[in-house]
Design a protein around this ligand. Structure first.
Ligand code: NOJ
Length: 564
């Protein structure tokens, strides 16, 4: 295995709209990121992934790009971006940006041309299809549903045809079969690499190919969402190999593909095995929904299904052992907050630290989502007007159709809403949580006086310092090698409360114990020769007669003395 800089990095994901506002418009900006670089550096982060800040009408908050070579005015200017890159590099922080390959905004000049006429030179930049005749009426070419609800086709009056859009109506899908499109997108990537960025997170990359346009039969809904119709299909790999050959391999850049939608290990390896010549790694979502999130609506308490979680994380660790590299991230800007998903509200500090340890001690490149380091939580939505995410608004209206109770519909849409992770970063207990001095574009979470950066930094026992310590252990300590490159082996596989594993190399061995239980659990340590505690979330341990009594959500890492 060739060692790469990104294997030794710790990443941090920034959602710019909600990070830090410096021009008093209630929206985060690039200058805000620049001002917080020292903060990130003090946490120990040396890689940031910034969600799109390109020129955009913001139908999907920037993932709908109108101009790949310009910056949205609410975020700043190209000069700001240059200053950002320079300052970040000066602090030893690399930057990756979203590379949005699957679609553009419908306001992108290519699409404006494309929709003009059937023989426009840009027509084939997008996926157009005639409607289908059904009982004398023209309807969508297929009944496929889109990720954001409704059909994945949109009728366009001008040429009386349909364009494909697997996200919102304002995000037409690019036609990757067209070589011109591929060259244009390579040009986009090249320009950004030339500007000095260090790589990409490839948005929705698994969707660049589509299966034959035939209806889904026996569908439960009018527009069923069957992502197999446009996910992880064979041609995606041809396109990525081409991108790799013409673009990625020419620099030492990092590429992480977003391959949601049940990407199997097999397909994950196709994208990101060392010999695949496609991507450096892939983000998958297997571990994101291991709880009873839907049952919670019928008043049950949220409960983590630990066996599901262990299985999901473990299988990627094992499959990529010698074959590739994985990112280590809990959740991102599209999912609920970690503390609300897997944390425990009675033991927020202990469970937050434990969750951090679970992931940061694994093999891979950790990514922290903004606010995770201080334990930010989901938002308590009490009105649909608080939703800013189009897919949450659509979901709410869909649920209303199923059951006309608006309170239930709101609750249901809120629990998985992508707006949960997008409330502004809670910097302090002052007005607007120190995010802005004016009313922000998204409501501030009610708990900002309790949960904020300033408070975390004041208290040495806070979650923030735990993250800092984990990063310090990985990057700078005597355990750097074993944590970064060591072998991973899960133990106690079938235990429903403990997520335990070993990390080892030729001369070091670590035992990582994590309890997901709110009651005490006794664990037998007699088969391990414990040398010392490396990190833990409780000051004192109770070890007696070779047995440790793990406290609620206790997490502890021991260095072991062992012949290997
Ligand atoms: C995945 C991004 O993470 C999400 O926020 C976005 O809506 C879709 N891709 C479409 O770009």
């Amino acid at each position: 295995m060739t060692k790469k800089w990104w294997m030794e990095s710790v990443g941090y994901q920034i959602y710019p709209k909600s990070f830090f506002d410096t021009n008093y418009d209630g929206i985060g900006d690039i200058n805000g990121i620049i001002q917080k670089l020292e903060y990130l550096s003090s946490l120990g982060v040396n890689l940031i992934w910034i969600c799109p800040f390109y020129d955009s009408p913001m139908d999907d908050h920037g993932y709908d790009v109108r101009n790949f070579f310009d910056i949205a005015k609410e975020f700043g200017t190209m000069d700001d971006v240059k200053r950002l890159i320079e300052k970040a590099h000066g602090l030893g922080i690399k930057i990756i940006l979203d590379y949005v390959l699957n679609h553009t905004s419908d306001e992108h000049p290519w699409f404006i041309e494309s929709r003009k006429s059937k023989d426009n030179p840009y027509r084939d930049y997008y996926i157009w299809h005639e409607g289908k005749l059904q009982e004398g009426k023209k309807i969508e070419p297929t009944n496929w549903g889109s990720f954001f609800g409704g059909s994945c086709w949109k009728h366009d009056e001008l040429t009386d045809s349909y364009y494909m859009k697997i996200f919102s109506d304002k995000m037409p899908d690019l036609n990757w079969q067209n070589e011109k499109v591929r060259n244009e997108m390579i040009n986009v990537g090249q320009k950004w690499l030339d500007l000095g960025i260090d790589g990409f997170r490839l948005d929705a990359v698994s969707h660049l190919d589509r299966s034959e346009f035939v209806d889904i039969i026996n569908a439960p809904d009018r527009y069923p969402l069957d992502w197999h119709r446009f996910s992880n299909l064979p041609k995606v790999h041809d396109y990525l190999k081409e991108l790799n050959k013409k673009l990625f391999s020419k620099s030492d850049c990092l590429t992480i593909g977003e391959v949601g939608g049940e990407a199997s290990i097999e397909s994950g390896l196709k994208y990101a095995a060392f010999e695949a010549n496609e991507l450096s790694m892939v983000f998958n979502f297997d571990h994101n929904w291991c709880n009873n999130i839907y049952e919670v609506l019928s008043t049950k308490k949220l409960k983590t299904n630990l066996l599901c979680l262990k299985k999901a994380l473990n299988k990627w660790q094992i499959a990529f052992k010698d074959k590739g590299w994985v990112p280590l991230n809990w959740l991102n800007h599209d999912q609920p907050r970690l503390m609300s998903q897997y944390g425990n509200h009675q033991y927020p500090l202990a469970s937050g630290k434990m969750l951090a340890t679970v992931l940061h001690m694994m093999r891979g490149t950790p990514f922290i989502y903004q606010g995770e380091e201080i334990g930010m939580t989901n938002f308590l939505f009490d009105d649909v007007s608080q939703f800013k995410d189009i897919s949450s608004v659509n979901a709410y209206h869909r649920y209303l159709l199923d059951d006309s109770d608006p309170v239930k519909a709101l609750k249901k849409a809120a629990i998985r809403s992508r707006d949960n992770p997008r409330t502004p970063m809670q910097w302090s207990a002052s007005y607007y949580a120190g995010f802005s001095v004016v009313n922000p574009w998204m409501p501030i979470n009610y708990n900002y006086k309790k949960i904020n950066v300033e408070k975390n930094i004041k208290h040495k026992n806070s979650l923030w310092y735990h993250y800092q310590k984990l990063i310090e252990l990985r990057r700078f300590s005597e355990y750097h090698d074993v944590i970064t490159y060591g072998n991973y082996e899960m133990i106690d596989d079938n235990d429903e409360y403990l997520f335990n594993y070993l990390r080892y190399n030729h001369n070091q061995k670590l035992l990582v114990l994590n309890s997901f239980a709110s009651q005490r659990i006794e664990y037998d340590l007699s088969s391990f020769k414990i040398m010392k505690k490396v990190i833990g979330n409780y000051k004192k341990q109770s070890i007696k007669n070779g047995k440790i009594k793990l406290k609620p959500f206790e997490s502890i890492v021991f260095e072991l003395k062992e012949e290997l």
